[in-house]
Write a protein that binds this ligand. Structure first.
Ligand SMILES: *Cc1c(COP(=O)(O)O)cnc(C)c1O
Length: 381
């Protein structure tokens, strides 16, 4: 007899218990903002920039309006546009490719590793050489993505960028708080972009993002681009920028969440460990990137086939366990990008979308519910 059927369904993501943990501190900050009426780039934003930079050991942090805008500003600062090739994994969120496309550059899609889901370094090298020898596009940037919370292989990406005279941009939208070689993400690439979309490991209560860099010149360029390309004086416009500013209220939320972020990361890691230990053998669990700590934005398992994945998702749903698919289709197969793709086959990205399934993972998911997720998976595969 299934004793679980009477239990309420588990949420895929429930932010309410976390909100309760920060509520008193947040209300105090919100009251101060309402009193001051400094709603955009107010004092909380400056405080947030300092605390985020300290958190990840970066020299500069520039808070912006979203992760997408952070990525776009990073590319704009390099003057990347028409005729330029930007290398990025085919298996990522659309925003990574979108910013290159919006600026007129050509996204060059690269395959991923089938066990860690991170950009495949051998394929990256092959794609760079292919584009360089093709002579139509100038290889300009590698946008590594730290997918699902784990870091990409930054030493290898940076070595390739140096070899081929390119810059590196870290799309750490899912992975702020993760570390590689004992260092937090934020200093791995020339520029690091992260997102504070509510569902990310460090999420605001609306859109937000940040850029990190060690380079003084880029830092002031990012600040200028964030506010319409303004110069030293207000209303002096020295370049074409954008409205990429962060709201003060979002900064207040993030400051309160930063106070509990280490604890939340530990909770996420504990649940991932629990899933690993109970599910290994029954399904393919996500391989850990060596010498790293994941921010565990997403915990995805791999099934043998698309058929078993859909059956599993349905069976889980019956048991009150939700699941999600990141991502059903690689970017080079999406209508928005298909015409920009050079036709290269990217077999891992093309296959994994049919077999991948994400399980609930958030800091306030109880161990009892995590075990319930595992029970449901184990009785369904
Ligand atoms: C969420 C996400 C983004 C975009 O961040 P927004 O804040 O939603 O604009 C970019 N890249 C990746 C990999 C993401 O997951």
């Amino acid at each position: 007899m299934d004793t679980h059927t009477s239990l309420a369904p588990i949420a895929f993501l429930d932010l309410k218990p976390q909100r309760a943990r920060i509520e008193t501190a947040l209300r105090a900050r919100l009251d101060a903002i309402l009193a001051s009426c400094q709603f955009v780039l107010g004092p909380d934003v400056t405080e947030l920039e300092q605390r985020l930079a300290a958190f990840c050991g970066a020299k500069h942090c520039i808070a912006v309006s979203s992760g997408t805008d952070a990525l776009q500003i990073a590319l704009m600062a390099e003057n990347i546009g028409r005729g330029d090739a930007v290398f990025l994994p085919a298996f990522t969120y659309t925003a990574t490719a979108e910013v290159a496309t919006v600026l007129g550059a050509t996204p060059v899609f690269v395959d991923i590793d089938p066990t860690t889901f991170q950009i495949d370094i051998a394929n990256l090298r092959a794609r760079i050489i292919q584009v360089r020898d093709g002579g139509k596009l100038t290889p300009r940037a590698i946008m590594g993505v730290d997918l699902f919370g784990q870091p990409a292989d930054w030493p290898a990406i940076n070595a390739l960028a140096a070899e081929f005279g390119m810059t590196t941009i870290d799309d750490a939208a899912q992975s702020f708080g993760a570390s590689l070689g004992g260092k937090r993400l934020g200093t791995m690439a020339t520029a690091t972009a992260t997102s504070f979309f509510p569902s990310k490991p460090l999420g605001a209560y609306g859109d937000g993002g940040a850029l990190f860099t060690e380079d003084d010149e880029r830092a002031s360029l990012f600040r200028s681009l964030r506010t319409h390309g303004e110069g030293k004086q207000r209303y002096e416009v020295i370049r074409t920028g954008m409205n990429g500013r962060l709201d003060t209220i979002q900064a207040a939320v993030l400051l309160c969440k930063l106070d509990i972020f280490e604890a939340d990361l530990a909770s996420r890691a504990r649940i991932a460990d629990l899933y690993d230990s109970r599910l290994a053998g029954a399904v393919q669990i996500p391989a850990r990137v060596p010498d790293s700590d994941s921010a565990w934005a997403i915990y995805s398992i791999l099934l043998k086939s698309g058929e078993s994945r859909d059956g599993l998702a349905a069976s889980l749903r019956e048991k009150g366990v939700p699941s999600a698919i990141y991502y059903p289709k690689p970017l080079h197969f999406q209508p928005a990008y298909a015409s920009l793709h050079d036709g290269a086959s990217l077999p891992v990205s093309e296959e994994i979308g049919n077999r991948i399934l994400a399980l609930p993972l958030y800091p306030d998911l109880s161990d009892a519910d995590a075990h319930r997720v595992c029970d449901a998976v184990l009785s369904s595969v």
